[in-house]
Design a protein around this ligand. Structure first.
Ligand code: OGA
Ligand code: NI
Length: 348
């Protein structure tokens, strides 16, 4: 089905109010009064982990400990010395801007909101069902064997190669982290290979948040938890990402060229709740556009996800039901983004 909703960027570009600017937030984006961004949240540096030691057998145990501690206490951390080259990151950022700086007619060649498109240029998350739209457009690129063709091969030439290079670098990082997260929980690499469905799905979302005339009325991305295994996020220098720890929300201060790593729903299920999938959101600002690049790694649609036997026993029964990941994803896309980690209800 073609996407009938006009993208936010296009709406701003074609705005008649003032050349290329909106003076007020259009009604479609205004959230109900009880559900708007609070004006203040705490600022705290997330754990920053130098992961170069993961390649050194003597240092690896200590780095695994740091990762395990960050996963248990925050579910979110930043990594540095991660092995993805600076040039690759800079070229990727530039390529994303090249895509979004094209005329709407070029961007709209990829227009599409659906969850199974190899490439989709979309707005908000699911405008068909949302009470209020999020203040963002997004370019999705999918490589999900068995579901669609590899979207990275179908990108326009102005950004294809940079996306492919970036994806190879981040794939390696994600594999390293995926193993480290389980190893930190005491699951051997051999056991991971045997029991955990591989992280063979990559969905990349390049989020573009234009400046917003009134950030108190709308979110850039509304509160949600990610549904896969882990997300590898590259922020730019403009703050916006906030995460929930206990009852408090914290701003994740951008750290140049560090990746923000977060645990998503399937890690919570596999670990039988030892690690939690963390709720997060992004706010907008009045001055500067913000871009973030999220790589969502998860299992294939056919994978059945349930607590690993390593984390269940007679005294500790499994706290989540087995769910086929394809059903999990379909449920996620059929709704708007939901707060309180509601996607996990499917496994409860
Ligand atoms: C997401 C997300 C946060 C950000 O894309 O799922 O949470 O800072 N993005 O853009
Ligand atoms: Ni997210």
């Amino acid at each position: 089905m073609a996407c009938a909703v006009m993208g936010l960027q296009e709406m701003i570009e074609t705005s008649a109010e003032r050349a290329g600017q909106l003076q007020a937030v259009p009604d479609a984006f205004i959230r109900p009064p009880h559900d708007r961004p609070p004006s203040l949240v705490q600022e705290q540096q997330l754990p920053v982990i130098d992961i170069s030691g993961l390649h050194d057998p003597h240092l690896r145990p200590l780095v695994l400990q740091h990762i395990a501690h960050a996963c248990a206490h925050w579910g979110f951390f930043q990594v540095v010395n991660h092995g993805v080259k600076d040039e690759v990151i800079q070229e990727m950022r530039a390529a994303c801007w090249r895509f979004f700086n094209q005329p709407a007619s070029e961007r709209n060649k990829f227009k599409g909101q659906e969850n199974e498109l190899p490439v989709g240029y979309a707005t908000s998350f699911n405008p068909a069902v949302e009470i209020a739209r999020d203040w963002k457009d997004v370019l999705y690129v999918r490589d999900v064997p068995g579901m669609c063709s590899n979207g990275f091969d179908l990108l326009p030439e102005i950004c294809r190669e940079a996306f492919q290079q970036y994806r190879s670098g981040v794939d390696e990082l994600a594999k390293l982290l995926f193993e480290s997260i389980f190893e930190g929980l005491g699951v051997s690499i051999a056991s991971i290979k045997e029991k955990v469905p591989p992280a063979a799905r990559l969905v990349m979302g390049v989020n573009f948040y234009p400046p917003c005339p009134d950030p108190s009325l709308t979110y850039g991305i509304s509160p949600h938890s990610d549904v896969g295994y882990v997300t590898v996020l590259l922020q730019d220098e403009v703050p916006g990402l906030q995460i929930k720890k206990g009852e408090n929300w914290y701003l994740v201060k951008p750290l140049p060229n560090a990746f923000v790593i977060n645990l998503a729903d399937q890690i919570e299920i596999l670990s039988n709740g030892k690690y939690k999938s963390i709720e997060h959101r992004a706010v907008t600002n009045t001055d500067k556009p913000r871009m973030s690049i999220a790589c969502f790694y998860g299992p294939l649609n056919s994978a059945i996800i349930a607590p690993l036997p390593d984390f269940t026993s007679e005294n500790e029964p499994g706290r989540y039901n087995a769910v086929k990941y394809g059903d999990y994803v379909r449920n996620f896309y059929s709704k708007g983004l939901l707060p309180d980690r509601a996607t996990l209800n499917l496994a409860r």
